[in-house]
Design a protein around this ligand. Structure first.
Ligand SMILES: Cc1cc2nc3c(=O)[nH]c(=O)nc-3n(C[C@H](O)[C@H](O)[C@H](O)COP(=O)(O)OP(=O)(O)OC[C@H]3O[C@@H](n4cnc5c(N)ncnc54)[C@H](O)[C@@H]3O)c2cc1C
Length: 449
């Protein structure tokens, strides 16, 4: 491992740590603002920026317990994804599903606009994303998906085994569904770009400022480790940190799960010679407990997965090491042709899931002045970027812009307390493992003479 990296710091932090991003002051005083945002990730920064773009006179402060990008926004795999939530069509109608899909897919254009306007590059590559079939039953699911996308008149196409293997030379890959408009980016450069843009617009940023308590009122009072901030409205940009933060009223709406990443050394000419991968498609395989994979820089492979729920919110170092060991084992099982390759970086972070696996956004509290957006289910690069914009518009009274958005209608109820939450998720985890096992048997029945 590179000695520059702290334990469990992502590869992207090389950029976040750069001199150009000095740490900001801790809030150690009393402060009055119009809007206070808790959490220094994509949700809060996008919201802060969108607020200032529309109303430059608003006073807006972001409070982050560590430093901007410490959370999932500085740890993710950088895939900018979208999917059709047809499972919500019965509740909200197909037009709402289509509208929502188009808004999420459109986030890539917002990113491009921000890159230009604030002159930052986050290595945005719009090269498509695959849902990758490992078993015959996955291929059947892909054909169903093709029909669904055709019905909604949205772009999606099946890449058959021959085409897929001529692009990525892995014999186990049976085919894939291609989302041609998906993208990938450098999460560290993206969060740093948002931070600089927010500062340029006059957003106040306080790092190393954990919010310890939220007192509701017409003016909300946030108590931080060393100060107090009062505001007309609060935005909770905490996503997977909600359960750990214990900040009512949204702390019990999501389950927070760990996800792990391993990043190889530069593969050099081995990449092209052994694997091909010229189109640089990212993918996640179609198992319930899947891996997600993409190329980073010119020639490194990022391999993620091993989602885990822990009773409480932290992992011990021994548990972390066990997970990395298992992840690396899976990597070499999937890519045996890369045996001997060094894993140079590994890190983990939290993702937030709820029952419907669609986010929820809105405003709550006795005085309807606490704004929330959470439950991105591992798709938060685009969803948090969208959520921030939606919350800004809700605050400014422009909710009509988002009338069809199902995330605003889809209310989530509190999850049960421990140990029921743990038992519920553990049951679901074993159910998913069992389904993956059954799907893998379809492979055996095909390969038997
Ligand atoms: C390993 C991994 C891989 C992922 N890969 C992808 C991917 O490829 N594509 C995708 O779309 N999504 C991915 N995600 C999910 C995505 O990164 C998140 O959904 C998204 O970054 C959430 O952004 P956010 O701003 O809402 O929250 P975060 O970025 O998590 O920000 C919340 C912040 O709140 C701070 N905080 C916590 N408590 C307090 C407090 N009391 N006071 C002040 N601050 C506090 C935390 O330090 C944190 O920085 C991945 C996540 C992980 C962990």
């Amino acid at each position: 491992m590179n000695s520059h990296f702290q334990p469990n710091q992502s590869y992207w932090h090389e950029v976040i740590d750069a001199d150009s991003a000095p740490l900001f002051a801790t809030l150690n005083d009393r402060l009055n603002v119009d809007v206070a945002l808790v959490g220094g990730g994509y949700t809060s920064l996008m919201c802060a920026l969108h607020l200032k773009n529309q109303q430059p006179n608003l006073s807006v402060a972001v409070l982050e317990s560590h430093y901007i990008g410490f959370g999932s926004s500085g740890r993710n795999a950088g895939m900018v994804l979208h999917d059709l939530h047809d499972n919500r069509a019965n509740a909200f109608g197909k037009d709402a599903v289509r509208f929502t899909y188009e808004q999420v897919a459109g986030v890539i254009n917002t990113m491009k606009t921000l890159n230009q306007r604030y002159d930052f590059d986050c290595d945005l590559e719009k090269n498509g994303y695959l849902e990758l079939a490992l078993y015959p039953s996955h291929i059947e699911d892909l054909y169903e998906k093709q029909k669904l996308y055709d019905r909604y008149k949205q772009d999606f196409r099946i890449v058959d085994q021959q085409e897929l293997q001529s692009e990525i030379h892995v014999p186990q890959f049976m085919g894939a569904g291609l989302y041609p408009h998906a993208a990938q980016l450098h999460p560290g450069k993206y969060i740093l770009g948002l931070k600089k843009a927010a500062l340029q617009e006059g957003v106040m940023i306080f790092e190393h400022t954990p919010v310890q308590a939220l007192q509701q009122g017409e003016r909300i009072r946030l108590k931080t480790s060393q100060g107090v901030i009062e505001s007309d409205a609060v935005v909770l940009g905490l996503n997977a940190y909600h359960p750990g933060s214990k900040l009512a009223p949204m702390h019990n709406r999501v389950v927070s799960l760990f996800s792990f990443i391993a990043l190889t050394e530069s593969l050099g000419p081995r990449l092209k010679d052994v694997l091909g991968w010229q189109k640089r498609w990212g993918y996640s395989d179609m198992r319930y407990l899947h891996n997600y994979v993409r190329l980073v820089d010119e020639d490194r492979l990022l391999f993620g997965g091993r989602v885990r729920y822990r009773f409480g919110t932290t992992l011990t170092p021994a548990q972390e090491q066990q997970m990395y060991g298992q992840l690396t084992g899976e990597f070499f099982k999937r890519f045996p042709m890369l045996t001997g390759t060094k894993i140079e970086h590994q890190w983990c972070g939290s993702v937030a899931f709820n029952m419907t696996q669609t986010p929820t956004m809105g405003v709550t509290g006795k005085h309807q002045n606490i704004f929330y957006s959470l439950g991105y289910s591992g798709m938060g690069v685009s969803l948090a970027s969208l959520g921030g914009q939606v919350l800004a518009d809700l605050y400014l009274g422009h909710e009509d812009r988002w009338e069809g958005l199902i995330y605003l209608k889809d209310k989530h109820w509190p999850l049960p307390p421990e140990p029921f939450k743990f038992l519920g998720f553990t049951g679901k985890y074993w159910w998913m493992r069992w389904q993956d096992y059954l799907d893998s048997r379809s492979l055996k029945s095909v390969s038997q003479p």
